[in-house]
Structure formats: structure tokens, C-alpha cells
Write a protein that binds this ligand. Structure first.
Ligand SMILES: Cc1ncc(COP(=O)(O)O)c(C=O)c1O
Length: 452
């Protein structure tokens, strides 16, 4: 879009969020409040439902930003055991004493693979605690016959992922009566809109296209590093434990945690101006096209030998006789944001893809408890599933399915073998051999930025 198309002052920002909210309400069937980012929406939800000092069960294979949002809300993250095949919370592996210590559960729906929301809803109801769904990766997904994001007391969405707007999000709530309370809490945290930031937002896609067109991607990264504009040298951002301990002592306090929470998106609490809202609106209108393309790409990737299927996640057998799962409900594949493939030498696969200009992002390795340690989080009682997934999952953009499959074929990438003990309760359904235990510990340092 040319800047003049909307004109900085020509659109009425007051009416645009309402239109976005109505579009989302129609998709989800419940109240939605626009927020400038998913992370801000999550902070609002946690602050509304959870008194400081509470304990939140969450996934250790997750964006570190989300971990810092939980800390900023004055809450103690409790890392859940995960199913190694799709990184969903393994409900049965959570010990009873852990359940009874919780104040809330937060799902991740990693890469769009739904967590078992109906079962988590039942658990939370029995315990009298709220369920929050992080649906940042899972817009358009379904679980238990309902959209992901329609099970929690609150759910949060990011318009930076499938919608690709690089800004915006929603908090969706079961109780429509909370709308005004949440709007007020949001407005109290908003930073005032700035014309320069709107303009930077408007020209960014053109600059990115130019960089791609001129094949300048690595030069651009080097320049950004020189200018101090990248905050991640590896997959996880630097923890800075001493400063973090001081911030945690001040919590709940978003600003005390700002330098961690803003990573990858410094505008996360900036009031959205007309250019931003207009672009988000146009992209949201095209969402169904994107979801259809993601479904098709997901189907192709799930039919490769690097995919692992969760037999209990899908209902119907596939045409090739392999039970459905891992991103499927019924006959339709979920429109995954990324499809986790499992390759034995992930770093080599990442390098092979990089040589073809395909950047692998959204890696979450090591798991959050290995990253942050017991000072800042309760450790998972059964960390192996999360470690194996974090070490081996190669998140593939389904919109680039064909190109990635070609590179993996050409480079001779071998499927990773899940250790026996890990998959006993959720055996691989694709007949791949299982055996060798996964190496432990962090991986892939220095592979460049973790975001796509
Ligand atoms: C799982 C997950 N949740 C939430 C977010 C935050 O979304 P946003 O960038 O819109 O704040 C991210 C960002 O990548 C994410 O990966």
C-alpha cells in the first residue's frame, strides 16, 4: 500500500478496532477486545484473573517473551510435562500436588497444534481456577469441535502470525461483561501513538521486499547486528539473572520487565494508528485464504517421513492407512502455523535450508526451565519430552512446504528417532523405528535469530 492510500489522518482509528473486533467475534463466537500485541493481551488477562504470587502451569517449549509476561504479572511459572510429539501439555503426567498448587493454566497450542483444551477446561473447573489459551499460533484451529480460543476464561491471539500483520492481537473472553474492564486496563497501559513509528511500520514491508529481491538478507542481518538492533544472538534472549531478580521483586510491574517483554516487538504496547489498523484489517479479511494454503502445506508436510503423528489427536485414518493426528481433527488438517518435522541433525537441516534462503524461526530450545532455572520457575517434574521436542523439532512454514521438502530430500536429512520411554504413552503412528535416547542440553547456539 502506498502511504497516501490511507493517509495518516484519513482513517478513523476509533472505528477500525471495532471492525476488527467484530470480524474476530464472528469467527470465535465470543467477545474480543483489540490489543496492540498478543503479549499485552496476555498480561491483561493474567493481571485480571490472577492475584500476585499465584502459580501458572505453562509449557516450557514456548517463546521466552511469554515466560517474562508471566513474571511481569507477578506470577510464578510452573513448567508442565509435555507430549514429546507435539509439545502439548501431558495432563496425566502432572502430579496431583502440582495441580492443587496452581492458580491458573496457560496453554500454548504450539505451532497451531492444539493443547487438550476440553480436558484442561474440566480440570480447571474442578479446581476452580481460570484457563487461559494462548492462541497466537492457532488462529483457525479447532479442538473438541470448537475453535481454539473458545475454551478459556480468556484467550489471546496474535495478528503477527497467520495474519502476518506484524502488529495487533485480541483478548477474547467468555464473559462479555468484562469488555469495559479490559478496555480500561488496556488503555491504562498503552503508549501514545507516534507518527514516526506508524511510518516505519508502513514502509517496512517494502524494505523487506527490497532486501529479499536483492538477496541481501545476510548483509541486512549483519548490519542490524552492528547497529545493535538484534536482541538475540542465539535462540533464547540473554536472561540477565541479576537484573531479572530485581524486576521480579518489583512485580507485578510490566515496565520493570519491559526490556525482556519487548524483544522482537518494541511496539507491543503502542496505540495502533490508522495505517497499522488499515493494514491489519486488509490482512484479516484475507485470513481464510491463508488458512486454506496453510492446511494444504500442512497436509503435504505431515505426509513426509519426518512428520510424527499423534495417534490420539486425530479422529480418522488417513488414506494411506496411517492414523490421523498431529495437526488433524477429523478429516481436515489443522492450518498449522509451523509444522514440526523431526530430523536427526537439525542444525545441518537449518544450514541446508539457509543456503536456499529459507530461514527457520520459532525455535524454542532449550525448554524454559533449562533456560531460566529454579530461581525463576518451578521445574518440570518430567522434562524429557520437552527436551526431546525442543532439540529435534524443525518448525516448517507450511506455505513453503514444497521448497523445504525438496531441500530435506536433497540434503539426505534423516528422521529423528524418539526414545522408547518418551513415546510409550503416545507411540509414533508412522511406523518409524524408535530407540536411541536423545542427547540432552541446549542446542544450536549461534544459529541466528529464532524468529522467522
Ligand atoms: C506462543 C506465542 N505466544 C505469544 C506470542 C506473542 O505474540 P505478539 O508478538 O503478538 O505479542 C508469541 C510470539 O511469537 C508466541 O510465539
Amino acid at each position: 500500500m502506498a502511504i497516501g492510500e490511507a493517509g495518516l489522518g484519513s482513517a478513523r482509528p476509533g472505528s477500525q478496532p471495532k471492525r476488527l473486533e467484530e470480524t474476530m467475534r464472528a469467527r470465535l463466537g465470543r467477545e474480543c477486545v483489540y490489543v496492540p500485541s498478543c503479549r499485552l493481551g496476555l498480561f491483561l488477562a493474567l493481571r485480571h484473573w490472577c492475584p500476585p504470587g499465584g502459580r501458572v502451569l505453562m509449557s516450557p517449549v514456548n517463546d521466552d517473551v511469554i515466560f517474562f509476561v508471566v513474571l511481569a504479572a507477578g506470577l510464578r511459572p510452573v513448567q508442565a510435562p509435555l507430549n514429546p510429539l507435539d509439545a502439548s501439555i501431558d495432563i496425566d503426567a502432572v502430579p496431583d500436588e502440582m495441580w492443587s498448587s496452581l492458580s491458573a493454566v496457560l496453554t500454548t497450542n504450539l505451532y497451531g497444534n492444539p493443547d487438550p483444551a476440553p480436558e484442561l477446561r474440566a480440570r480447571c473447573d474442578a479446581l476452580g481456577i481460570p484457563l487461559f489459551e494462548d492462541a497466537a499460533h492457532a488462529i483457525g484451529g479447532e479442538v473438541g469441535g470448537r475453535p481454539v480460543g473458545s475454551w478459556g476464561d480468556a484467550s489471546v491471539f496474535s495478528l503477527s502470525k497467520h495474519v502476518g500483520a506484524k502488529a495487533g492481537g485480541f483478548v477474547s473472553v467468555a464473559d462479555a461483561g468484562l469488555r469495559q474492564t479490559l478496555e480500561k486496563a488496556r488503555d491504562d497501559l498503552l503508549a501514545p501513538r507516534r507518527t514516526t513509528s506508524e511510518l516505519v511500520y508502513a514502509v517496512r514491508p517494502y524494505a523487506e521486499t527490497a532486501v529479499r529481491g536483492l538477496r541481501l538478507r545476510s548483509a541486512a542481518w549483519a548490519a542490524m547486528r552492528l547497529l545493535g538492533l538484534t536482541e538475540r544472538e542465539g535462540i533464547r534472549m540473554p536472561l540477565r539473572p541479576q537484573q531479572l531478580a530485581r524486576a521480579v521483586a518489583a512485580a507485578p510491574d510490566l515496565m520493570a520487565h519491559d526490556s525482556w517483554v519487548r524483544v522482537d516487538m518494541h511496539d507491543y504496547r503502542l496505540e495502533s494508528g490508522p495505517l497499522r489498523l488499515a493494514r491489519i484489517g486488509r490482512r484479516l479479511d484475507r485470513l481464510d485464504e491463508v488458512l486454506a494454503a496453510c492446511r494444504a502445506g500442512t497436509e503435504s508436510l505431515l505426509s513426509t517421513r519426518w512428520a510424527r503423528q499423534r495417534p490420539d489427536a486425530g479422529a480418522r485414518p488417513r488414506a494411506d492407512g496411517v492414523p490421523g493426528g498431529g495437526g488433524r481433527t477429523g478429516e481436515r488438517a489443522q492450518p498449522l502455523f509451523r509444522v514440526p518435522l523431526f530430523v536427526a541433525d537439525r542444525d545441518a537441516a537449518i544450514r541446508a535450508l539457509a543456503r536456499r534462503g529459507i530461514v527457520v524461526g520459532y525455535l524454542y530450545d532449550p525448554p524454559l526451565d533449562d533456560y531460566a532455572g529454579a530461581e525463576f520457575t518451578d521445574l518440570s517434574p518430567a522434562p524429557e519430552g520437552a527436551r526431546w521436542f525442543a532439540r529435534h523439532a524443525l518448525p516448517v512454514d507450511p506455505l513453503r512446504a514444497r521448497a523445504v521438502i525438496d531441500v530435506l530430500e536433497e540434503s539426505g536429512a534423516r528422521p529423528a528417532e524418539a526414545p522408547d520411554g518418551l513415546t510409550r504413552r503416545a507411540p509414533a503412528a508412522d511406523g518409524l523405528p524408535q530407540g536411541r535416547p536423545a542427547p540432552e542440553g541446549p542446542t544450536a547456539g549461534g544459529l541466528g535469530p529464532s524468529r522467522g
